[in-house]
Write a new protein. Structure first.
Ligand code: GAL
Length: 518
């Protein structure tokens, strides 16, 4: 491969300065997208590991970028599973526990891509952080069947599906609003048999689930264990098992279980009382024969991260809503306050159970009740995604998928950034150095590399340095810029870069193995 001259000079110069006095490189982010356009040749994205339970319906769409038509194949697929060569969708069910190493292949006119993929049939799902979208921050309760279908279609047609985005999650507002006189959202919350019903904006929940599945995606639902949800819609109180069965019968793959009015019925707020509703829905979900990702939402009460896994959660919100809190003056204050406060919670996060600092408010979101571009600057958005990737946070986009611009698509769909988040080791990053308002965070990756974030929370451009000493490494390491998907070269002792105000640089460091001397 020939390296363009300009790049060559930069790389050489960078290496030369690095060994002497530290390195100064061009500024990180600009309003333009740093993410290179995906190649027309195939690339298989997404995680290298996927968990499912024995007997549960299996559904996995191989996320792959590259020109269509594309032909998919797989070797080593366990019996019980089938792959559709045209769509790349794997379906079926497996009865026996075990780990199966599968070689996935995607081929188009321009080439072939391969990837080893481990399917783990066992007790755990969500072996990597779930990726998807939620209706809350772009619509609040102003949702409908039509709108959810349009969002799901956009997840597929925008190409987000090719980067691994999967869950289309309906938040509050889909069922009957208690005490409402509005003929569309009011009425009887349950039928004569006590089964939950959708409001008139959601006339057929099963048909909606089928339509989303038909796109190769998964679908999520929301309810509270209390009598009502936070926005006043019907809750699951006294109907837990029945509702779990109903969600599974409709075909849901994800449940956000939001504490809300459970305060009215909880005995107190001790940890056992906080756990109670989550344990009871867990045991109900265990009986439905479907893999349903279980999202605990109770705003971090009782240090939920310490016991979320124990009560069977697949991820748990560690804080109150990120969409701006009274003490925060801006979305930047709220996002950075919450994001950086995940330090210390790393030991509770890992395959099957993740810390959740809330959804990603970029693109078009509701802000002061209007659908507008996120108030975050491009640099703040790079900080958001870099931090969420390093934190192994569920990547749940909160904006309108039908209004994705190139910048937002690049931000959400950078496969090397997503790779950091989806790494099979599942090790949440930790801060390794802090100087004034600058921080360096690092995360161990399964292949022995490191993902490193250089963050500048200050009000001006600042130089941030990743020192090998802080990272616990020695010797030569190849430094790659994950956003630009570009190798800066080989470095020893440290790597320095200027980082914009409120900006971030996300790096991958790969050990350089020196050939042995004879
Ligand atoms: C809040 C929750 C939000 C959203 C909202 C719906 O309690 O934290 O994420 O689900 O309820 O009313």
């Amino acid at each position: 491969m020939t390296i363009p001259l300009r790049k060559k000079i930069l790389t050489v110069a960078a290496c030369a300065i690095a060994v002497s006095a530290g390195l100064v490189l061009p500024l990180a982010s600009q309003p333009r997208s740093l993410t290179p356009k995906p190649s027309a040749a195939p690339r298989i994205n997404g995680p290298t590991i996927y968990g499912c339970r024995p007997g549960a319906p299996f559904a996995y769409t191989i996320p792959a970028t590259g020109e269509r038509p594309m032909e998919f194949s797989a070797t080593g697929l366990p019996s019980g599973l089938m792959l559709d060569p045209k769509t790349g969708r794997i379906s079926g069910a497996m009865a026996i526990k075990g780990t199966y190493a599968v070689k996935l292949r995607a081929k188009n006119e321009l080439g072939v891509a391969e990837k080893t993929f481990r399917i783990v049939v066992g007790d755990q799902i969500a072996l990597t952080p779930p990726m998807g979208w939620s209706s809350w921050y772009m619509a609040y309760t102003n949702i409908s069947d039509k709108m959810i279908r349009a969002q799901a279609e956009a997840m597929a047609s925008s190409g987000l599906i090719d980067h691994g985005y999967t869950y289309v999650n309906i938040d509050d507002g889909w069922n009957v609003k208690l005490d409402s006189k509005d003929p569309v959202i009011g009425g009887q919350p349950r039928d004569a048999a006590g089964n939950l019903v959708g409001n008139k904006n959601f006339p057929d929940m099963k048909a909606l689930c089928d339509a989303v599945h038909g796109l190769g995606l998964k679908i999520g639902i929301y309810i509270s264990p209390g009598p009502g949800t936070c926005a006043g819609y019907a809750g699951s109180y006294e109907h837990v098992e029945q509702d779990a069965r109903q969600f599974a019968a409709w075909g849901f793959d994800f449940l956000k279980y939001d504490w809300c009015t459970y305060s009215q019925v909880a005995i107190d707020k001790t940890v056992p009382s906080l756990q109670l509703p989550y344990i009871s829905m867990r045991s109900a979900l265990d009986k439905v024969g479907r893999d349903i990702v279980y999202n605990l939402c109770q705003y971090g009460m009782g240090n939920v991260w310490e016991w979320g896994r124990e009560v069977g959660g697949n991820y748990w919100r560690t804080t109150d809503d990120l969409g701006i809190q009274p003490e925060d003056k801006s979305l930047w204050t709220s996002m950075s306050r919450i994001g950086f406060a995940q330090a210390g919670k790393e030991k509770f996060s890992g395959p099957g159970g993740w810390n959740d600092p809330d959804n990603i408010l970029v693109g078009s979101i509701l802000w002061n009740d209007k659908l507008v571009p996120t108030p975050l600057t491009p640099d703040e958005q790079y900080t958001y995604l870099s931090l969420w990737a390093l934190l192994d946070a569920p990547l749940i986009f909160g904006g309108d998928m039908t209004k994705l611009d190139d910048f937002t698509l690049g931000l959400l769909g950078n496969d090397e950034v997503i790779e950091v988040n989806q790494d099979a080791l599942g090790k949440q990053a930790v801060p390794v150095a802090k100087l004034n308002d600058c921080e360096v965070w690092a995360k161990d990756m399964e292949d022995g590399s490191k993902a490193v974030g250089l963050f500048n929370r200050s009000k001006s451009v600042t130089t941030v340095t990743a020192r090998w000493e802080d990272l616990g490494i020695t010797g030569k390491w190849k430094v790659r810029d994950a956003w630009r998907q570009y190798d800066w070269g080989v470095f020893e002792n440290w790597f320095t870069q200027k980082v914009n105000r409120h900006g971030a640089v996300l790096l991958r460091l790969f050990p350089v193995v020196e050939p042995k001397r004879k």
